[in-house]
Design a protein around this ligand. Structure first.
Ligand SMILES: Cc1cc2nc3c(=O)[nH]c(=O)nc-3n(C[C@H](O)[C@H](O)[C@H](O)COP(=O)(O)OP(=O)(O)OC[C@H]3O[C@@H](n4cnc5c(N)ncnc54)[C@H](O)[C@@H]3O)c2cc1C
Length: 353
């Protein structure tokens, strides 16, 4: 490691959490270095990156979506303009219904003033004929889209590498030296270390007593030749167009077997669900697994350690990293740089008391 490296923040983990925090700290004029272990799968690397403002069987708006969604889109647009790449694509979601009751519930919700910007019961699904098996009815979700988290993290990784601010290695907690109001890690001098480790924060001795409840997820990348689906489809499984006749298909949930290894059981499950909806032949190109960083209370966890305030955490993005990471990274950045209070809903110290 570089003998002379001094910076304001050392960020451990460069999924979407670490990337977004780095983005806002750099914007605030801070200096940073980033460490990420190259041989570990990041959830951000395999996620579909779907931003879905409406979730669940009860058809409710996602948590704080009015604040989170416009902020996320504006942030991705800003990064796109800066690096000249496409990160966020606006794409509606077609959601299927198997019964009249399900569709009526959707229809009633779509007529509500607070929901009509997000969902509609009128949609033309005729282009699905011959591709997707017939369903009782379809509804449409607006304001949704897809963030290419793999592109986002890789353009920032190259940026850090080009600025000699990236270390491809696993962080070793035993090597932190606490020295008055600074820290030394392997000759990097810094004022704070912020852990953005995703689900692996359960192995971090400073944060391992938080209520971790990570969930492994698996997905397939398939090719459907000669078919052009432009919208995302939610029908027992998500089918997300990612270009070149390729589609992201997922995903599964598993809470006990936490690792990055794809399994035959999940592959069979995804194929079964896919066969229930697809009428055309397809080819499986890839199969991946990763673990979503989830806490029991299903909220992000942000802030500085109650006993070691030189150490912080930005985690718990759960199933929604694409929509929530930008807003909470900016929130944490203001807390770090300007001392603004953290929202109690996400403050790690509330969990550490
Ligand atoms: C199958 C699947 C589908 C998903 N689909 C969506 C979706 O459609 N939309 C959505 O918004 N979200 C989705 N998610 C969730 C999304 O992936 C997460 O919310 C988000 O990626 C979490 O980002 P993160 O940066 O916290 O963690 P990660 O992306 O896991 O990044 C953590 C990084 O820290 C590194 N690290 C950890 N410990 C250390 C250490 N000690 N030293 C060095 N490096 C370390 C890891 O190697 C990794 O690179 C999905 C997740 C999965 C698994």
């Amino acid at each position: 490691m570089n003998d002379e490296l001094k910076n304001d923040y050392l960020i451990v983990g460069q999924g979407v959490a670490g990337t977004m925090l780095a983005h806002f700290l750099l914007k605030a004029g801070k200096t940073i270095a980033v460490i990420d272990a190259p041989d570990q799968q990041a959830a951000s690397n395999v996620a579909a990156g779907i931003i879905n403002p409406v979730t669940g069987r009860r058809i409710v708006k996602s948590w704080r979506i009015e604040e989170l969604l416009p902020f996320a889109v504006a942030t991705y647009r800003e990064i796109e303009a800066r690096f000249g790449v496409e990160i966020f694509t606006k794409k509606n979601i077609l959601r299927s219904f198997d019964t009249n009751k399900q569709f009526q519930d959707w229809s009633v919700k779509s007529g509500r003033e607070d929901m009509c910007d997000y969902i509609s019961d009128e949609c033309d699904a005729s282009h699905l004929n011959g591709i997707i098996k017939p369903k009782f009815a379809w509804g449409e979700i607006h304001s949704s889209g897809r963030t290419d988290l793999a592109v986002l993290t890789s353009i920032y990784r190259n940026f850090f590498i080009n600025n000699n601010a990236f270390f491809a290695e696993k962080f070793n907690y035993n090597e932190i030296e606490f020295d008055d109001n600074k820290l030394i890690y392997n000759k990097i001098k810094t004022t704070k270390i912020i852990f953005c480790e995703g689900w692996r924060s359960c192995f971090n001795p400073y944060f391992n007593d938080l209520p971790h409840e990570a969930a492994k997820g698996e997905l397939l990348i398939i090719r459907i030749p000669d078919v052009q689906l432009n919208k995302m489809i939610k029908s027992g499984v998500f089918v997300v167009p990612i270009g070149d006749e390729k589609y992201w298909v997922g995903s599964t949930y598993e809470w006990d077997d936490l690792n990055d290894t794809p399994t035959q059981a999940a592959r069979t499950d995804l194929i079964t669900r896919l066969q229930k909806i697809l009428e055309v032949p397809y080819e499986i190109l890839e199969h991946h697994a990763a673990v979503r960083p989830v806490f029991k209370h299903r909220r992000p966890v942000i802030g500085l350690h109650s006993k070691h305030p030189q150490l912080g955490i930005f985690n718990g993005l759960g199933t929604k990293g694409a929509s929530i990471a930008p807003f909470w990274a900016a929130h944490f950045c203001r807390h770090l740089c300007e001392g603004t209070p953290l929202d109690e809903e996400v403050d790690v110290r509330v969990l550490m008391i």
